[in-house]
Write a protein that binds this ligand. Structure first.
Ligand code: HEM
Length: 146
């Protein structure tokens, strides 16, 4: 089924693009909540965004990567059509895993002491910056593909 943004993209790509932009904005709103010391609201906002993105990866992005990119690797890496989504996927997995680690560290007592960082600001700012880099590469994939 075709999408609603007036490009050649299928419906799921348009839905993913819009939801990803909303999630990127939600993380920025979450950052502002932390600045205002509203830590509980901050935790709910960032944690639920992390979980929703797991669903988006599982339902839309991983299947699309598996079917549309992996069969043409590594030969296709010379073309932006394949190299941009490959870089996007590598950075995206990193951002998702880093995000889950931060949620585990900041929101639970499940991690051993040796794995607990203290510098919350540094880790969370790095994650937010990386996340937005991933969104830019995702949007570039959308542009190249559709
Ligand atoms: C923090 C994690 C991630 C973010 C913020 C993110 C964001 C985005 C955005 C904004 C798009 C453009 C919308 C679209 O074309 O559907 C996109 C597309 C895509 N992403 Fe991600 N992504 C993430 C993780 C991943 C991962 C882990 C993979 C691979 C396993 C992946 C593979 C793809 C693929 C193949 C597309 C093109 C989908 C299509 O249009 O059919 N992404 N992503």
């Amino acid at each position: 089924m075709s999408g609603f943004l007036g490009t050649n993209a299928p419906l799921e790509a348009d839905i993913n693009l819009i939801i990803q932009l909303f999630m990127g904005i939600a993380l920025l709103v979450g950052m502002m909540l932390a600045r205002r010391r509203r830590y509980r609201a901050h935790a709910i906002c960032q944690g639920s965004t992390m979980m929703l993105n797991l669903v988006m990866i599982a339902l839309i992005m991983f299947p699309s990567f598996r079917d549309g990119v992996i069969p043409d690797l590594p030969a296709g890496l010379r073309k932006p059509y394949y190299s941009v989504p490959t870089l996007h996927a590598a950075l995206g997995i990193t951002a998702q895993l880093l995000g889950l680690y931060i949620v585990l560290r900041a929101g639970t007592h499940l991690l051993p002491r040796a794995l607990c960082f203290q510098n919350y600001k540094l880790w969370m700012r790095t994650e937010l910056a990386l996340w937005w880099v991933v969104i830019v590469f995702g949007a570039a994939t959308y542009y190249l593909w559709y």
